[in-house]
Design a protein around this ligand. Structure first.
Ligand code: HEC
Length: 167
């Protein structure tokens, strides 16, 4: 008698367990769907600043801002034999003028032509390493007349990798 009930009981348990499993699966699937929609919109927002920066990465304004940043803060991103570049070889006021001069060395235009004394500032503060013509010294000091400066190229691949990772 008891054994008969036991087998019913076992069947009941198995059925209940299957039902529980099925419901649970459905719930987590639905839950996942909702979460992924949220996630996508968050990720899109996270992507925005990277995409925006990427769009203006090769503009003259961005290049100028990058050169000014390097003059003020230095650069230690690459492996040049000359070592790293310290910040502050020129004052922040002169940095602006020098940046325009550096850009014009490779035919890039600043919104205003560089002031005459920029040449003097460049010669006395930068030319010792980067050369009068800005072409640097192969392997020792970077060429500042490259179409795309190394730091900007590096930033480009960083931004692209971030956008890929998030998508
Ligand atoms: C003592 C030598 C030295 C002097 C002086 C110097 N630099 Fe540099 N500069 C370097 C070195 C070395 C690097 C590369 C550093 C690195 O690994 O990031 C560099 C990097 C740079 C870069 C980044 C290049 C790129 O392709 O991303 C810019 C821009 C730059 N210098 C501009 C200037 C300007 C403008 C001046 C003058 C105010 C100046 N430097 C003075 C040695 C110098």
């Amino acid at each position: 008698m008891f054994e008969k009930y036991l087998s019913y009981l076992v069947i009941l348990f198995v059925l209940l367990y299957a039902l529980y499993n099925g419901l649970n699966k459905k719930y987590t699937q639905q839950h996942k769907k909702v979460k992924s929609v949220e996630q996508v919109s968050i990720e899109k927002k996270q992507n925005d600043p990277f995409k925006k920066e990427l769009q203006k990465l090769h503009t003259n304004a961005y290049t100028k801002a990058y050169i000014i940043y390097v003059i003020n803060h230095g650069s230690e991103q690459f492996n040049f034999k000359g070592g790293v570049m310290e910040g502050g070889f020129a004052s922040p006021e002169d940095a602006d003028k020098i940046a325009c001069y550096v850009m014009e060395l490779s035919g890039k235009k600043c919104e205003k032509p560089y002031e005459k004394n920029a040449v003097m500032f460049y010669t006395s503060n930068c030319a010792g390493c980067h050369g009068e013509d800005g072409k640097g010294l192969h392997g020792t000091y970077p060429d500042l007349t490259r179409k795309r400066l190394l730091g900007i190229e590096k930033r480009e691949s960083y931004l692209k990798s971030m956008i890929k990772k998030i998508q």
